[in-house]
Design a protein around this ligand. Sequence first.
Ligand SMILES: [Zn+2]
Length: 158
Amino acid sequence: MRRRREARERRELQGAGREMWEYFQSIPTPLEEFDQEEERERAAATAAVPEPAVAEPAVVVDDFLPPDFVAPSQREMAGLMMAWPGPLVVDGEIVTCSGCESYRDWIVLHAQGRVWLRCRAGHETRETGLDTAWFNRNSGPMTEEHASYQDGIRFLGH
Ligand SMILES: [Zn+2]
């Protein structure tokens, strides 16, 4: 008699335990929910940032090159340029070309926040003593637009 009741109680307990187990199985654990959240965020981020176009890596690679070693004529860069017929004084000294020692008849190019000097012989040197502010102070209003760097320097007489 007593044993039977115990057995029945045990069965009921087991039944309740199984229901509980099934209930817990049916709800996602907090960790799973977190994973799903992350998954959604990742998917959204991927959708927001499209794969770069095939043509773009060239621009990225360009940034890895030391700018001092890539002359303006060697790459496509948009910039402003002006002729500077006389001697150019930077930090109290007349600039001379490291390639041919010429000291006048420059083309001054401003591109990407940097100033380059090009001598009559075509040597191009970045002039770190000159900056955007200097260029803007010394250049007049833009009067001509050129399709390429080469067009620009030809127009300015080089
Ligand atoms: Zn030179």
